[in-house]
Each structure stands twice: as C-alpha cells, then as structure tokens.
Design a protein around this ligand. Structure first.
Ligand code: AR6
Length: 175
C-alpha cells in the first residue's frame, strides 16, 4: 500500500529491512546505542562491526529516547543508518507518544540533512519496547505523513514491517 503526501510517497511493505536498498535505513536502537536483538541486532549483524565502532567513537554516552544519530551503513544496501531510540512502553502516561513521534521526526530531519532521497523505517518501539501496535502504527504513519505533507525533502519513505499482522495494522493506520 502507498500514498502520496506532498512531494513524498509513503509506502508500506512486509519484509526484512536489511534486504531493501535505500539511501538511509532507520534503526530501532536503545539509549545506550549498545546493540541488542530485534531489528537492531539484524542491522548490526548484516552491516558489520564498523557501525558499532562508529557509534562507540562518536556517541559513547548514547542518545536519549525521542532522538536519533546517524552512522555509515557498513555492508547494508544503504549509505547511512539512522539509529532512533523509541520509548519503552510504561502505560502511556510517561510521555511515550511524544517520544515516539520525536524518534521519527529526528530520523526524518537527519535524513533530510544528509540529503537522503529514500528512507526505510521499522516499527520503532513496537517489539521489545512493548508499545501497543495500533497506537505505534498511528503515530508512525501520522508523523511521517505530516512531515511529507509539510515539505520534508524525501521522495520515498518505506515502512518495512516484519510480519503480516504488523503490515495489516499499519495499512489500517494509513487508510
Ligand atoms: N526488519 C524489519 N523489522 C524488524 C526486523 C527486521 N529485520 N526484525 C525485527 N523487526 P524491536 P523496539 C521488527 O524489538 O521495540 C533491541 O534489542 C519487530 O518485529 O526490534 O524499538 C534494541 O537494541 C518490531 O515490529 O525494537 C533495543 O534494546 C519492530 O521491528 C530494543 O530492542 C521493532 O521491534 C528496541 O525495542
């Protein structure tokens, strides 16, 4: 499923984000930028050790929830990885929605600064961090759609969703 917002196309696909070529790939990292499981584990595994080496050298203290930092992409089919930190779900009264939107906005703004034209994104916080999927999808799709409509200089932003259920929930949010 896809929809044009302003000058940018928002696309939803099912798949493994490490296999899809883009100028920049969004990651769902932790605040320590220490690597882990899920999509973060896959990105470091496929990208290789250069990504972690760059994170340790440039961001030894990590980056807080709601923000993002970029590195090279190692062996991944991209130029950059943009490591975003989503919130851990704590019931919804701890600023989670603002932090989740902030994580996506940070990725979009860094992608624009870098001059990326195409960007892939995972469903940040919707795995180990436990964000309820319906809400996570609504914030993800809504934040990207609004940014594109407001003129974010990206041609295509693709959410790469890891399961049929996640894709279906994102499709509902987009429609
Ligand atoms: N491609 C696309 N999506 C994926 C892939 C993949 N290869 N692998 C998993 N997903 P999660 P979070 C989906 O847990 O909730 C890590 O340990 C997954 O099914 O990766 O933000 C980090 O180091 C889910 O829909 O990220 C942090 O400590 C989505 O990606 C913590 O987990 C996000 O799930 C971050 O938790």
């Amino acid at each position: 499923m896809e929809h044009q917002f302003g000058g940018g196309l928002l696309v939803l696909v099912e798949g493994d984000i490490t296999l899809i070529a883009a100028d920049a790939i969004g990651n769902a990292a932790n605040a320590a930028l220490a690597g882990g499981g899920g999509v973060d584990g896959a990105i470091h595994r496929v990208g290789g050790p250069a990504i972690m080496a760059e994170l340790r050298a440039r961001h030894p203290y990590g980056t807080p929830a709601g923000t993002a930092v970029e590195t090279g992409a190692g062996q991944l089919p991209a130029r950059w990885v943009i490591h975003a930190v989503g919130p851990v779900w704590q019931g919804g009264d701890h600023g989670e929605s603002v932090q989740l939107a902030g994580a996506y906005l940070s990725v979009l703004s860094i992608a624009a600064e870098l001059g990326a034209r195409t960007l892939t994104l995972p469903a940040i916080s919707a795995g180990a961090y436990g964000y309820p999927l319906d809400d996570a999808a609504r914030i993800a799709v809504g934040t990207v759609a609004e940014s594109l409509r407001a003129g974010a200089p990206l041609e295509r932003v693709t959410f790469v969703l890891y399961s049929p259920r996640t894709l279906a929930v994102f499709e509902r949010a987009l429609s």
